[in-house]
Design a protein around this ligand. Structure first.
Ligand code: C5P
Length: 227
């Protein structure tokens, strides 16, 4: 049976990972959350004081990149893989607002991107993969069989992220989340290396007013046509 590569890009909190996880489950594909990798590098940088509120020690972080080992460990109960940073499960730590506020600066560093893109391309060599991020259809897999580009209004996206963090027991306020979502999109879209843009051949989905299930069904019919 023909296995394909599915690339999902888009703005933050547009439901990319929800769709990606559903696709991986239905088609028995490997799901790779590339945002988790950028978040893990950011957590490493934060733990070593290479990044924090108002500063980024870029050269120092670049020198230490070789001592960062990233891997994914599948969690059967959750149904998806969790992020390991140098062998330690950091799934919880990388999802905090603090990391969200620093990650786009770290992700703009070319040396960081080079390392992670190489690892992502290796993971996708076998096909049968669904990967989400910002540059998957443009840089990581420009030849992906199916490219999706997700958008939604900033307000809807912030609401989703807010509920997610509150549900996890974090103390956050809505305006702070809204600001973070917009600020990350601004930095991600305007950086020099691999900015967030829709690939010419990507299919755009605006899910401001569309439920996940409806969207998932539409995407499945796109996938089925490629198989
Ligand atoms: O997908 P998620 O929101 O977890 O991504 C966190 C951040 O990681 C993004 O805002 C972006 O700065 C960076 N990122 C990236 N390229 C990717 C995936 C994520 O630059 N492929």
């Amino acid at each position: 049976k023909n296995k394909i590569t599915i690339a999902i890009d888009g703005f933050s909190s547009t439901g990319k990972s929800t769709i990606a996880k559903l696709l991986a489950k239905k088609y028995n594909y490997v799901y790779v959350d590339t945002g988790a990798m950028y978040r893990a590098v950011t957590l490493f940088a934060k733990q070593n004081n290479y990044v924090g509120e108002g500063y980024l020690k870029k050269e120092e972080l670049i020198k230490e990149l070789n001592s960062i080992s990233l891997s994914f460990k599948f969690n059967k109960d959750l149904g998806f893989a969790e992020m390991l940073l140098n062998g330690v499960n950091v799934e919880k730590e990388i999802r905090t607002l603090e990391v969200s506020q620093l990650v786009s600066k770290v992700a703009a560093i070319s040396e960081v991107r080079k390392k992670l893109v190489a690892e992502q391309q290796l993971m996708g060599k076998e096909r049968g993969i669904v990967m989400d991020g910002r540059d998957i259809g443009t840089v990581v897999f420009p030849d992906a069989d199916l490219k999706l580009f997700m958008t939604a209004s900033a307000d809807k996206r912030a609401t989703r992220r807010y509920k997610e963090l509150i549900g996890r027991g974090d103390k956050v306020n809505f305006d702070e989340i809204l600001f973070n979502v917009q600020e990350r999109d601004r930095i991600d879209s305007t950086r020099k290396d691999s900015p967030l843009v829709k690939a010419d051949d990507a299919i755009e989905f605006d899910n401001s007013d569309m439920g996940i299930q409806e969207q998932f069904e539409r995407i499945c019919s796109l996938v089925d046509r490629k198989l």
